[in-house]
Design a protein around this ligand. Structure first.
Ligand code: FAD
Length: 304
């Protein structure tokens, strides 16, 4: 008999929401979560999370984990999965430490890995005054001096939206991004300043951003910088060779199935743009429901 009906790989909001729904469906489930800090660990709060708005990322996870444990159907294990190999009608999963587990289905909820631009001082301020999403962290900086790092053309297209949070806006346009003259006119007509050049460093005082420093020596006072890093999949997902959609996100169908039999996916690893905890919770819940549908076609009742 396989150890588990579902193995969830990744214990963030998507994986935990799935584990809760699977627990309430009496499915033997295991959640593997890497012992390394999760991607949003640098943030002090999870903003916009109903019922737990402004709790810390760790508090959100602990609260959901407690709820899962109360049902007794799902185990949460601190371990990184290094391989998942098809075996009969399921999979064998191996941890970095060499332990092996079997499961009929896999749900990938591994999130994404950020690729930070090479800007000195960015890592230190990431999650506090270098933010990646106005909906998540913008409220705390309303009406303050914002910078937007335009190192991807898509960011230019959305320039107007940031005026919702502040009218003191500077776009730092990296030389790799071309700003058509017409677009520059539109942006400047909205009193948004365009500064051209590569950002070299961020200066801070007492853990808060004070200045953005360009390679040509120009310094601009700012209290918050929005940086939307490029992302990549974790090594495990890369090793599975799943069909991907534009931007490198795992392609899923309406039932949260990937292009490989028995492997489902939910949360950040499946889409770019407006990634947040609420969407991850929704997707984890939906994926779990589809997994129950799937497993009920083949489920053999357990001996009494
Ligand atoms: C700095 C920052 C601040 C944010 N602030 C907010 C906010 O205020 N409000 C909001 O709603 N959203 C916020 N977000 C976005 C939100 O955190 C994500 O959208 C959400 O956590 C995605 O959930 P997920 O479960 O898909 O992935 P994650 O939360 O990224 O969880 C994935 C988990 O999988 C684990 N994992 C990866 N590979 C393996 C493996 N091989 N084996 C085992 N485990 C593995 C990771 O360690 C991680 O714990 C923020 C994001 C960042 C980066």
């Amino acid at each position: 008999m396989t150890d588990y009906q579902v193995a969830i790989i990744g214990g963030g909001p998507a994986g935990l929401a799935a584990a809760l729904t699977l627990s309430r469906s009496m499915m033997r489930t295991i959640v593997f979560d890497s012992p390394l800090p999760p991607r949003n660990d640098a943030a002090r709060h999870v903003g916009g999370f109903p019922g737990m708005d402004m709790s810390s990322p760790a508090q959100v996870r602990e609260r959901i984990a407690e709820e899962i444990k109360g049902y007794g159907y799902a185990q949460i294990k601190s371990a990184e999965i290094s391989s998942a190999v098809p075996d009969g009608d399921g999979f064998v999963l191996s941890t970095q430490g060499g332990s092996r587990f079997s499961a009929k289905r896999i749900l990938l909820t591994t999130g994404m890995v950020d690729i930070f631009p090479p800007i000195a001082g960015l890592n230190r301020l990431w999650g506090t005054s270098v933010i990646n999403c106005p909906f998540c962290q913008g409220y705390e900086f309303k009406d303050r001096p914002w910078g937007i790092y335009v190192h991807r053309p898509e960011i230019l297209a959305a320039a107007e939206i940031y005026r919702n949070w502040t009218r003191d806006l500077v776009l730092f346009v990296d030389p790799r991004v071309d700003v058509p003259a017409e677009r520059a006119k539109e942006i400047e007509a909205l009193d948004i300043r365009i500064v051209n050049g590569s950002i070299e460093a961020l200066q801070s005082s007492q853990g808060a951003l004070t200045q953005v420093v360009l390679r040509d020596g120009v310094k601009v006072d700012r209290e918050v910088l929005l940086v939307w890093p490029h992302q990549t999949q974790c090594d495990l997902v890369k090793s599975l060779d799943l069909p991907l959609r534009e931007g490198g996100y795992v392609e899923i169908d309406d039932c949260y199935r990937t292009g490989r039999n028995g492997i489902y996916a939910a949360g950040d690893l499946t889409y770019g743009g407006h990634q947040n905890a609420n969407t991850a919770i929704h997707m984890g819940n939906m994926a779990a429901a589809w997994l129950v549908f799937d497993l009920c076609q083949t489920r053999v009742p357990e001996p009494a």
